[in-house]
Ligand binder design. Structure first.
Ligand code: FAD
Length: 380
């Protein structure tokens, strides 16, 4: 097929933009990423990459290196707040590993394989214009770039999306999260387990990343943009989780306050279209989701492969982006919706409802196993 979409502009150099740049570069496209931050970095936190995402890394030729810097995960264990096992999901059911990895390590792998001049830092995208069948991107610095197609990989509060679709802002789902990193390994912890704990309106989880670092995350119901308590972030968390399974307060106590990130959680109701003509969206810009299934970045990785295949197969970017959207919409919609449903498990604030939920989870073990299996079985 003749490719007219030779010069591709990507806005945003997060995991989605970086993976897409690499996939397109490997396929022979002339791709450049424009990123607003002045250095390439990811937040100091971990991420779970399930088999659907490690398959993408394999396609990109990065799996061996990812295994080297990541930690293999075999089980996803759900517990009561006191540590009683409710469900234990074997996530190691494919010929591909599941990895716990530091975001910065994943980012470095993706970027390390694209020429440095292909990512332009410190450029804040402002607007686009159609110029005949080309697209022009304008930046706050005054830079103007023309290309054959533009991909908005600029995250949850995407400027490309706002200009393209003019839709509502993302929806706050009444949860905030804290994430921490520490070297402390709780006594008896099995390094191939993700352990998650559910209590009244709160949850906590932890897993090991490569290089023996422990990553933990906490979620609780909270109003949007709630400031830290006067106690400070760490002390507040220590109080919130003081009577939980002992490894939890231990992990919080062992973490430097400066290494605790706080993030409010948003998603969007899935709608189409994502694109118009030679402009489309990818990753969180297209389909932001709650992190309850740990699939947001995995979806961005899948998008990267599918959009590249569509651009290779179609003679023009408009038809390639239509195909990409039609191949990705149903899958991402279903995962956005399942992620929202899963968040309800953490919402309960009444002790009787929590006891009922815990019993229900035990009974639903096989169904939970199957639903994980079908999400992770997808191959982009
Ligand atoms: C608490 C939490 C835990 C999570 N855990 C997991 C997990 O375990 N597994 C998983 O798969 N996913 C997880 N996710 C989801 C995952 O973090 C996101 O889905 C993923 O990072 C989205 O990548 P992205 O590249 O689409 O967007 P982003 O990572 O947001 O990247 C967007 C980039 O665009 C840049 N940008 C924005 N605006 C502009 C502009 N105007 N001009 C130029 N550049 C711009 C930004 O600086 C940024 O670099 C989690 C999310 C949260 C909040």
């Amino acid at each position: 097929m003749i490719q007219t979409a030779q010069k591709i502009i990507i806005i945003g150099g997060g995991i989605g933009g970086a993976a897409t740049a690499l996939a397109l570069h490997q396929a022979g496209f002339d791709v450049t990423v424009y990123e607003r931050t002045s250095e390439l970095r990811e937040v100091g936190a971990g991420i779970a990459l399930w088999a659907n995402a490690t398959h993408v890394l394999q396609n990109l030729g990065l799996l061996e290196e990812a295994i080297r810097v990541g930690n293999p995960i075999t089980n996803y264990q759900f517990n009561s707040q006191a540590g009683k096992e409710l469900v234990n999901v074997n996530v190691n059911r494919f010929d591909l590993p599941v990895l716990g990895i530091h975001r910065a390590d994943l980012h470095a792998l993706l970027w390390g394989n694209v020429a440095r001049e292909k990512f332009v830092l410190g450029q804040i995208f402002e607007r686009f214009h159609q110029v005949g069948d080309k697209i022009q991107a304008d930046f706050a610095s005054g830079l103007k770039i023309e290309g054959d197609a533009l991909i908005g990989a600029d995250g949850l509060k995407s400027r490309v999306r706002a200009l393209l679709l003019g839709d509502n802002p993302p929806i706050y789902r009444n949860f905030t999260t804290w994430r921490g990193l520490t070297d402390y390994i709780p006594n008896g912890y099995r390094s191939d387990y993700i352990r998650e704990f559910f209590g009244l309106g709160k949850a906590f989880g932890f897993m090991m990343l490569g290089k023996n670092r422990m990553y933990w995350y906490a979620a609780a119901k909270a109003p949007e943009a709630q400031p830290d308590s006067a106690l400070g972030r760490k002390r507040e968390l220590e109080q919130m989780y003081q009577d939980w399974f002992p490894a939890i307060p231990e992990l919080i106590a062992a973490t430097d306050e400066a290494n605790i990130l706080k993030t409010d959680l948003y998603d969007r109701i899935p709608t189409r279209p994502w694109g118009k003509q030679n402009i489309t969206l990818l990753g969180d810009a297209a389909h932001p989701m709650l992190p309850t299934l740990g699939q947001g970045a995995c979806m961005a990785l899948e998008d990267a492969i599918v959009i590249t295949k569509c651009l290779q197969a179609q003679s023009d970017p408009t038809s390639a982006f239509e195909k990409y959207e039609s191949q990705r919409f149903a899958r991402t919609k279903s995962i956005v919706e399942q992620s929202l449903r899963s968040s309800k498990m953490g919402e309960l604030e009444n002790p009787y409802a929590v006891a009922l939920r815990n019993t229900f989870m035990k009974l639903m073990g096989a169904a939970i196993n199957n639903s994980f299996h079908s999400i992770h079985a997808y191959r982009a």
